[in-house]
Design a protein around this ligand. Structure first.
Ligand code: ADP
Ligand code: 5SP
Length: 496
């Protein structure tokens, strides 16, 4: 047996997956959770060492025989997290994550130093929004100058895992575009944006070498082999941000298909051969981890909102569908603005979670829970409208992420997006995409299929593809969406 390893470092857990190359099927999966440090100022942090501990715990659950059969590894990681290293490769501080909104002031400073939102979009493709790495670097400089002085290298979460696996400091274009430091049109670090962070120091020196998506990040070292129990010397592909890699795992490697992920964050993305720049700044102009581009909408509150409500109401994850289906479309008039983490799209880093429309009758557990599920999708519908303006008109949307396991949520998604939702067998799209990218990189080195579209077609087989068509609640949800936008516009003034 020959297997490919996919590692997926999400916000809540690190998952590992082994994929049998000959049988074209997943033979083992395991995961281990991470903690999250949250503070009232919007800080959301993790220690980089927790991810390594979780990966070790996950690998320890896999049979030794399977581990020994691995021929290549790919890593997917939560985007944007800022991992500063000193000259000896030691992590200098807790990692500020993609959902950290404590650096709103630094976002404004960088945007205005480059000449404002329109100017930074025209120069680099992306403005610096809450969560993007650039603002976290300036935050470190302003708040911990001593640590900042020691910083020799800037990495992202998946780059850090690649570093632990291979000893190499590299970044690939997909995840690099999420720093907001990359000029996505030219695919080079943007001098203007990098200088806006620090005009006294040449920060370019701290940015790692960029590698193409099909290139290896390196090869598993002796130390990593011992730590994870996997073969020494096997290839580690470039990897990528979790959305970029889940794009591979859901087949979004050519025009026309879109994926929506219901994870801690909510994301909606499609593939393009050319850079897609949204002048309104709602859709991020990211690169893909397959050599192209991946315009993407991200909300910071997807299963965040369902988790808060279900815990408040003492509901188990396995009970979500039962309880939510006791309520009807529109949740009896309740609308949740789910900005528990603050929000990136719409750009409200100081936003708060809000429940509106309560009356004497409708404040029930099922209405509250369903409303939190609807809220996650209403936020994505906002993104779909922006995508349509950019020419994306998907016939179907593939659903992935933990929330896609909910049957009720699948239908809510079809009705609110007014688009057919497809759910495949491959629910672990991040880890699976990472394994397929590893094969792609291996084929570039050792011969074999080099066309990622063909590889995906060949290896992403799904026996049970389920389709959820927009149903009788579409009209009702059009009304709910209008009300959601009204509440959003009114409350945005308060959140600013
Ligand atoms: N059946 C289900 N119904 C609703 N939510 C679910 C279900 N199963 C898992 N989830 C949610 O999915 C989330 C984890 O999703 P995942 O995509 O793994 O997150 P991340 O990649 O951000 O760590 C959890 O918050 C969990 O509550
Ligand atoms: O910030 C973004 C995308 O821009 C998030 O999508 C992160 O990449 C985290 O992903 P999950 O943990 O929700 O998968």
């Amino acid at each position: 047996m020959k297997t490919l390893i996919g590692i997926d470092n999400g916000t809540q857990s690190t998952k590992v997956l082994f994929f049998d190359v000959e049988k074209k099927e997943i033979v083992a999966t395991a995961s281990a959770p991470h903690k999250l440090i949250s503070r009232e100022d919007g800080s959301r942090e993790q220690e980089a060492s927790w991810w390594i501990d979780a990966a070790v715990k996950a690998f320890n659950q896999i049979d030794d025989k399977i581990k020994k059969s691995a021929i290549a590894v790919g890593v997917s990681g939560q985007q944007h997290g800022f991992v500063p290293l000193d000259k000896d490769g030691k992590v200098l501080s807790p990692v500020k994550l993609w959902c950290d909104t404590s650096t709103g002031e630094q976002c404004n400073t960088i945007n205005s130093r480059v000449g404002g939102i329109d100017e930074i979009i025209s120069k680099a493709g992306n403005p610096v929004y809450a969560g993007y790495t650039a603002s976290k670097i300036l935050w470190l400089k302003e708040n911990h100058p001593d640590i900042y002085k020691k910083m020799a290298t800037i990495l992202l979460p998946h780059d850090y895992l690649n570093y632990v696996l291979t000893g190499n400091l590299v970044m690939e274009y997909g995840d690099a575009s999420g720093t907001a430091l990359l000029d996505v049109r030219k695919r080079v670090w943007s001098k203007e944006v990098v200088e806006a962070l620090d005009s006294d120091r040449d920060l370019m020196e701290a940015l790692p070498k960029l590698v193409e998506a099909h290139e290896p990040a390196g090869y598993v070292t002796k130390e990593a082999s011992k730590l994870f129990g996997i073969p020494q010397g096997i290839l580690v592909s470039s990897g990528g941000g979790d959305n970029m890699i889940a794009a591979i795992g859901t087949g979004v490697v050519s025009d026309g298909v879109m994926t929506m992920s219901l994870g801690t964050s909510g994301t909606l993305y499609g593939y393009s051969d050319k850079p897609v720049i949204d002048k309104d700044g709602n859709i991020a102009a990211f690169c893909s981890s397959t050599g192209g581009y991946l315009p993407l909408l991200c909300t910071m509150n997807c299963t965040v909102s369902t988790e808060i409500m279900r815990k408040l109401l003492s509901i188990e994850v396995s009970e979500i569908d039962d309880i939510a289906s006791q309520s009807e479309a529109g949740s009896g008039g309740l609308i949740t603005l789910p900005f528990f983490n603050g929000e990136r799209t719409p750009n409200l880093p100081n936003g708060k979670g809000t429940l509106v429309g309560m009356d004497m009758e409708n404040v029930t557990p099922s209405n509250i829970l369903r409303s939190s599920m609807e809220a996650a999708i209403l936020g994505m519908r906002y993104g779909l409208d922006s995508f349509k303006k950019l020419g994306f008109k998907p016939k179907e949307i593939i659903l992935t992420g933990g929330g896609s396991k909910s049957l009720v949520w699948r239908q809510i998604a079809a009705d609110i997006m007014n688009t057919t939702i497809v759910v495949t067998d491959n629910s672990e799209a991040g880890a699976l995409g990472a394994a397929i990218q590893a094969l792609w990189a291996l084929n570039h080195k050792e011969g074999g299929e080099k066309d990622i579209q063909k590889l995906v077609k060949d290896y992403l087989t799904s026996k049970n593809e389920l389709r959820y068509k927009p149903g009788i609640d579409v009209a009702k949800y059009n009304e709910v969406y209008k009300n959601y936008i009204k509440y959003l516009e009114t409350l945005s003034v308060v959140f600013k």
